[in-house]
Ligand binder design. Structure first.
Ligand code: IDP
Ligand code: MG
Length: 149
């Protein structure tokens, strides 16, 4: 089953949107695999955002993600990566589709509430960066057969 890392970033946590965001992912039909509420250290932040090193927003991005706790999660399902990216909306909130989280709750690209893996291979990499194998819960949900074809 395809898996994706989801982070509710510090602005989402501070604004009391953890429940709202989890609720949207549950409602979509995705299955929760792992979750932890945590502070992000420099090393993890820099590894996670290594691809953006050298961009003008990089330093602010590291400050943002390490500024306050995040809710880190793994969600799975068929096409979980694409489904979650769609539920989150485009990176720039003013370009995110109406009904998406970034559209409905955000205004600025540097305060866009969530992170989600951008491709299945990135999902695999990010899941192992953020979680140890024994933190993942493999389970069957009573509704799976009504959501997964
Ligand atoms: P994504 O989060 O939608 O995958 P990325 O392009 O991977 O977007 O960028 C990672 C994060 O870096 C964004 O979510 C956003 O918080 C921040 N970011 C990206 N581009 C900019 C920018 O131009 N200005 C400020 N922050 C940015
Ligand atoms: Mg990205």
């Amino acid at each position: 089953m395809e898996q994706t890392l989801v982070l509710i970033k510090p602005d989402g946590v501070q604004r009391g949107l953890i429940g709202e965001i989890i609720s949207r992912l549950e409602r979509r039909g995705l299955r929760l695999v792992a979750a932890k509420f945590m502070n992000v250290g420099q090393e993890l932040a820099k590894t996670h955002y290594a691809i953006h090193k050298g961009q003008d927003f990089y330093e602010d991005l590291i400050l943002y993600i390490t500024s306050s706790p995040v809710m880190a999660m793994i969600w799975e399902g068929p096409n979980a990566v694409a489904a979650v990216r769609q539920t989150m909306g485009l990176t720039r909130p003013t370009e995110a589709a109406p009904g998406s989280i970034r559209h409905d709750f955000a205004l600025e690209i540097g305060r866009n509430l969530t992170h989600a893996s951008d491709a299945p291979q990135t999902g695999v990499k990010e899941v192992s960066l953020w979680f140890k194998p024994d933190e993942l819960v493999s389970w069957e949900r009573a509704t799976d057969k009504w959501i997964f074809e």
